[in-house]
Write a protein that binds this ligand. Sequence first.
Ligand code: KIV
Length: 278
Amino acid sequence: MKQDKITTAVIRQRKMEGKTVSMLTAYDYSMARILDQAGVDMLLVGDSLGNVVLGYESTLPVTMEDMIHHAKAVCRGAQRALVVVDMPFMSYQVSRSDAVANAGRLIKETGAQAVKVEGGEEIAETVKAILRAGVPVVAHLGLTPQSVHQLGGFKVQGKDQQTAQKLLDDARALTAAGVFALVLECVPEALARKVTQSLTIPTIGIGAGAGCDGQVLVINDLLGIYSGFTPKFVKAYANLAEQIKDAVQNYIYEVQERQFPGPEHCFSITDTVLEKLY
Ligand code: KIV
């Protein structure tokens, strides 16, 4: 392992030191390299891949093969960041032995350091089984997109006493099971703060307010290159979609006007060679 590679121990330590954790999604080598060089702590090969890269309406169609293919590329680009791979829908829900085998494949075939699973107390035994195989696990509570049909849409979770209490209980159960971090998606800020204060592991929020120990965003949202629905919690730090369109329109114009390629982009051949051609 490289000297300065971020490990699960480093992530846990951040909580003890009151320091934050930054996480971003990545789906390919080039982007992973840029984010890694920028200094992000964790790269998540999220199954949001289904929405932002593969063009599906949800994460449900994403397969193990999709995740492995993209995670391999991300791992090749990540020198320092800890890489977490989402376990796709139905890769850990059917049986515990499937879950362990699939978690193993994600680590073994990609070079990632951890997996992420969605769900609460009901998956605690599955989490333990994956951990027993030596695979670190990140949990994901709140709006869990793989359960979108059960949740009745992409909505804020934990707003009433019963669901808020369940979320807190789930967070405790998953911590006891041994996860090293917990993603909290789309939950009220005060609830996320309470969960964060109740746990010994770092919480990583997305739409869960500033009280979490860390934050995660989908990179396409952060860069402004996803044209689908953008939730309230997204902050776009750039508008790359517009910059990309401008660049491409410039290219099309220069091709039409025969301005590109210029002499500086061309290769030469001697006149002697040319003259001998017939
Ligand atoms: O798939 C994903 O990108 C995620 C983040 C939203 C946390 O799970």
